[in-house]
Design a protein around this ligand. Sequence first.
Ligand code: ADP
Length: 498
Amino acid sequence: MTRPDPTADLRPATPRVVRHYIGGEWTEPLGGGTYRDCEPWTGSVLATVAAGGADDARRAVDAARTAFDGWADTLPAERQQILLRTGDALQRRREEVVALLSAETGCGRRYATIQVDFSVSLLRQAAGLPYAAVGQVLPSDIPGTRALAVRRPVGVVAAIAPWNASLVLSGRGVVGPIALGNTVVLKPSEESPITGGTLWAELFAEGGLPPGVLNVVTHAPGDAGAIGDALISHPSVRRIDFTGSTPTGRRLAETAGRHLKRVVLQLSGQNPLIVLADADLPRAVDAAVYGAFVHQGQVCMCARRIFVERPIAEEFTRLFTAKAAALPTGDPGDPRTVVGPVINKWALSLLTRRVEEAVSMGARVLTGGTAEPPCYPATVLTDVPEDAELAFDETFGPVVMLETVDSADEAVERANASRYGLAAGVLTGDPHRGLEVARRLEAGIVHVNDQPVNDEPQMPFGGVKDSGWGRFGTGFAAEEFTELKWVTVRAEPRDLAF
Ligand code: ADP
């Protein structure tokens, strides 16, 4: 567990200082406070971070509003060049960013690299968005009237993002809106103020983004609510995009409803992976282990419940448990590590409490089940009662439940009993049967013959039920982050009735 860290030389020797980025300037918070951003693996201080509040958020929105008119009228080619140069800046800094992701969020090199590749690809795809905001010419029954549906940027977008895939999820919250001519205030998680926040400001500044188009406000743990409320209630904020937990998303949506603001919400999941009896067993085991334990289970799409058809259940359970038990655990800087540290001690204690509760209610631990701070080992449970919190609520961490089912129908029924509906996977030797199961699953995303953890910038990413509203994805961004305006034009005055 304590191998030398090959990326250590890329980490800063002394803690960084992270300030707000408002109107193109690095600025101190109005209240003057700071907090410490600590590394999950070593516990050492990575950065001293501006502890902002509602006034800082309002200042950032004002800066974004000031920048809006100019940015909205920028030629598409100019926006495109800025996005491409920002992508190049990230590509140039990839080794540094991988090391930062590992240090700040405890993710392994592989998952950090996936995040960098996704983000570069997101920026390059979004470089086409300035040309994608097309409208329509509409037929009109009024003689001499030409009618148009014109797409316009909405104004200031507030983006609130989590820590678990900090680079990707903050990137997804800001890149599409900016490409479409909006200006943004980004509020990263208190756990990832750099890789989910100020790093994006630095990259866009390198790409030549004008001041005020992207603003970043950070805050200490416990202060998110004041900033969130200030952002939502500010009259200049016209959209909120949020990725995070369902309870927080619900609270934001309630506030946004009161202010009649539209929200894109990407929330929690309790994702099923269904393994049918005709699946290729070794491949199914590999897929299931990846889907359950990538980034130590701290991905919203991770497989949380694996339903296996009875004829292969015993063999699947044996192979799956053995592979999970052997996953290298420890230093995220070691390229061999699969299960690194969980984000913080609260996450560790939640995992401990929920596993203990499930066991006290009759669940059996097949492997793992005891914290190894700051890690929680890959843990497989079975016979988890439906009323255990682990069974019905999302638990971010490397804990998965194995359940035997008598048929695909039973698997679908049990999967659909969840109040969540984010992602799912179906493993089968018969892709047509897989498609039929996919059709019946209540989820925003289903992969046949793959596990649930997948994303590409152009895909319609999002959930149903308590997993959220709206879709992220470059192909769908214009729907979420522009307004259609009906415009008519006449060359001659109209004959009116009086
Ligand atoms: P997670 O458990 O993944 O951190 P959260 O929903 O708690 O999920 O956090 C996601 C984002 O929501 C973070 O940026 C966090 O600071 C923010 N957040 C938490 N509570 C609130 C709130 N009351 N208002 C606005 N943002 C919030």
